[in-house]
Design a protein. Sequence first.
Lengths: 659, 154
Amino acid sequence: MIPELGHYALVLALALGLIQSVAPIVGAKTGDGALMRLATSTAIAQFLLVGFSFLALVICYVTSDFSVATVFENSNSQMPFIYKVSSVWGNHEGSMLLWVLILSLFGGLVALFGNNLPATLKANVLAVQSWIAATFYLFILLTSNPFLRLPQAPMEGRDLNPILQDPGLAVHPPLLYLGYVGFSIAFSFAIAALIEGRIDAAWARWVRPWTLMAWMCLTLGIAGGSYWAYYTLGWGGFWFWDPVENASLMPWLAGTALLHSAVVMEKRNALKIWTVLLAILTFSLSLIGTFLVRSGVLTSVHSFANDPRRGIFILGILMLFIGGGLSLFAWRASTLKQGGLFAPISREGSLVFNNLFLTTACLTVLVGTLYPLALEAVTGEKISVGGPFFNLTFGPLFIALMFAMPFGPLLAWKRGDLLGVAQRLMAAFAVGLVAIAAAFAIKGGASVLAPFGVGLAFYVMMGAIIDLVERTGLMRLPMATVWTRASGLPRSAWGTAIAHFGIAVTLLGIIGAAAWGTERIVSIRPSDTVSLSGYDLTFDGIFEQSGPNYNAQVAKFTVREGGVALGQMEPQKRNFSARETSTNEAALMTRGVGQLYLSLGDANKDGSIAIRLYYKPLVMLIWLGGVIMMLGGALSLSDRRLRVGAPKPAAKAALQPAE
Amino acid sequence: MTRKQRRLVLIGGSIGVLGLAIGLVLNALSGSIVFFNSPSDIKEKHIAVGTRIRVGGLVKDGSVQRGDNLRIRFDVTDGKNDVAVRFQGIVPDLFREGQGVVAEGKMEPGGILDADTVLAKHDERYMPKEVVDALKKSGRWEESEGKVAGGKTQ
């Protein structure tokens, strides 16, 4: 009964979605307030219905109802509760349901909190949002129904792919989807603006918080996914330039550009057309990402199953929204009025520079991701494009961007003084140079370029600090004045500095782990000791352990540094009987911001076992930087400016009767 | 500066950056991509010594020889032709004789591939797509053998 109810709720959501796709636009055209207001109710109702549908699926998984096909395929009654829940989206059908759940959530949020929007804009935005929602409901109902029943309910499920039986699955996909799908709001706002043929600085102020929220989730989602891959794949890599990862990186790059261009539009009323285009492109890249991952053109752990119908359907959706969005843009963009003027050397100019490099870097990632697919389709030749390609293309562009980054916030609007800014950045240059010299002095650096990367990272960090010092007048003014200036500084200024600091922290982590990391791959017998970067690991032996739905072989190692025992590391191999598969669980030991990383290879007949041991200094900074960036975004999101025009709760409360 | 001049600066800058990116991409494409080959392709094409390639197929039954220091040698077959592969390190968990495998490395004299990466399937449904295609080409693949699900792994 429950699966049928869930299915039915989704059908109802589709019906509401179709109504919401048309009625509000008609209302906005004819000035019919009732039709426009309809969108608010239907958007909230859509969210409740999809939420109910999703809950129904969760109940099916939690109660292990194996009469439902997807539950049978992807769950098992022996699994711990958390994996029963997360396996809801550990498969194609469920993950698409999560996708539309988040889509309808954002629609509902705009409906609820968009009261300060002009009525016609809100109606149009919700209608466009509903076009997207309705197409995806249709996609699920026609090709990927998660509620399909099996004629006879099996006794036991086939279990979730063991590699996905990890807390990472509970966090990574929802965050990533919040990011991907969150950009749909920016898209809807852009299309609504094109429909209305009107756009102003206030538009950017409405779009920015949504984009910022999506960007924060995507940042955290990508960082989380990277950490998950790092500890689960067993060889210590944290980014593989895998097409599926690129699929999430591209919307992030475009979304970052969008965040910056929206600032120009909001503050100076310039770059309007470009911002609208960027909003369309960012969501288009999210859709391309969904297509790449969900259609089965790529084989990866993310593409759960191949069904050509799905690929063609998603390709259709892709063409409809990207093609439609860009056509509308080409047709209507000229109606949007051009805004403020600025000199090339100015804050605006620096943000244009940022946009140029971010979108170009995004383009190189797109080429590297799609070129192998295109080449195979055209010539049948199969190639792999990996790290070396992206290091040579994405790398230089991003380095240029990082170098320019500290200049931006210090330049004045309209017309800036490059030389003056360079003088104020003297301290940052000095810190960078000292860092380069220090990095050269440290032995063991593998690459000649690495110290320069370290220098760049410290220069950007110092640049972010200088930005704050300049703004608060620290070192120049008395402490009391500094304090008032610091507390009066807009939170978005703090957010900018913190986010810029964060990306430099990530860069430092990447360079530290890549250039100063050490590794040993050896075969080891019980009571033997292996040494790496000052750590001695003694192999104590292998023990059996049984988990809820697997049996594990646990290898115990005692770690010592200079004779002092630090603790145990216990990498394991887990054998999952339901799928006759095994997974490799690496053991991690965090030392400061570095990590010891140990994973198991094959056991030999003579009792020895192959191990991979890595020491990765600074590696934790990679993800810490992501968290710092996210916090910068959060601070910026809490800025008063982004709430300007919001209804004043105090005045409203006075009119309400006491309860 | 007039509006027109400013626009020119902007457009000129954009074209410059785009040109730079195109240059970087073309340069990278000529030097850093790796072609995939089936064992039969390698036999036909006479790949130059020192070229980086990927080869995919099945690990030939009875061909795996393990040496000291985690050295391993095996043959990759597509049913018609074989390629010898040499590797030092830890092979993936599901590396077995008769199973699909992809190896990447440099061609050595004598037609041996000196691999630095060996990829294998990591669950019972997964067969590297390249392997499936290589087997289909040589007529050794039956659709009933299994679906191609996926995974990135080493």
